[in-house]
Design a protein around this ligand. Structure first.
Ligand code: AMP
Length: 213
């Protein structure tokens, strides 16, 4: 099963991708996470990507496509994968269709108000990268990771101002992919406002059908 999870930042794609990855035993590939790892380890790719990410704009297609292609060529992707946060432009979607076939695209839908609330409350562990939310999923001890006692921080691109910029980018460059995949008859719409478990149950139902095709 080759899956694409589409939807604005904060819609919960990453959380659902993590659950699906465990349930169906296929890798969760988050382009944002790969960039962040590269920034953290100060690679050349990380240095290039950081200047765009910190401004809340997309990293150029060429850099992103090369990075994702290399990831998809790894052996663990041979039985399927979940792409989370990629493709984000029509040029990326065209590139992707040139290197692999996609089985299903799930589009996670959430209102702008809810997105800003979700993202601005997010806190990420500096050490193990585990993600919390100050209101919906707080750590036991304020600003300390339950798993590794690392410090919880707000990502540099999760301030309200940068979130608004990211949402604008989404509307302009990524939202056209909804029609793109609708035309290919691959798009499934998913309300992203219920609880994590409720959404996951719906996602599982859809993917069980897809995996039998
Ligand atoms: P995310 O964690 O998926 O929201 O990604 C964080 C940031 O990484 C985005 O705001 C972009 O700057 C960059 N990024 C992630 N995926 C892509 C992509 N497919 N194309 C371009 N930039 C991306």
């Amino acid at each position: 099963m080759n899956l694409v999870f589409l939807g604005p930042p904060g819609a919960g794609k990453g959380t659902q991708a993590g659950l699906v990855s465990e349930y169906f035993d296929i890798p969760h590939i988050s382009s944002g996470d790969i960039f962040r790892k590269n920034i953290f380890t100060k690679t050349n790719l990380g240095k290039k990507a950081k200047e765009f990410i910190d401004k809340g704009v997309l990293v150029p297609d060429k850099i992103t496509n090369t990075m994702v292609k290399l990831r998809l060529e790894r052996n663990d992707c041979k039985d399927g994968f979940i792409l989370d946060g990629y493709p984000r432009t029509v040029a990326q979607a065209d590139f992707l269709s040139g290197i692999t076939d996609i089985s299903c695209v799930i589009n996670f839908i959430l209102s702008k108000e809810e997105i800003v609330k979700r993202i601005s409350g997010r806190r990420t562990c500096k050490k193990c990268r585990k993600v919390y939310h100050v209101e919906f999923n707080p750590p036991d001890q304020k600003s300390v990771c339950d798993e590794c006692a690392g410090e919880l921080i707000q990502r540099s691109d999760e301030s309200p101002e940068i979130i608004r910029k990211r949402l604008k980018e989404y509307k302009k460059k990524t939202a056209p992919l909804e029609n793109y995949y609708k035309k290919e008859d691959l798009l499934v719409e998913m309300d992203a406002s219920p609880s994590i478990n409720e959404i996951f149950n719906d996602v599982k139902k859809i993917l069980k059908k897809v995996s039998r095709l």
